[in-house]
Design a protein. Structure first.
Length: 62
């Protein structure tokens, strides 16, 4: 249930060496932490979506 635009933005941010918004910039170390958190969040959401799909398939078969 994520919008394609949000997914594209997340991918774009993950490829940047520094994360900058308006007048502040994260350091290289903080940027790496942010990327790890984004990776973790994507993995959790993907797992939830797969589990939901499996549950839906299981209820359809019964």
């Amino acid at each position: 249930m994520r919008a394609p635009r949000n997914h594209a933005l997340t991918l774009w941010l993950a490829q940047k060496p520094c994360f900058c918004v308006c007048c502040w910039c994260l350091s290289r170390q903080d940027t790496q932490r942010t990327k790890r958190v984004l990776r973790l969040v994507r993995a959790v959401v993907k797992d939830w979506e797969e589990a939901r799909r499996i549950d839906e398939d299981g209820t359809r078969q019964t």
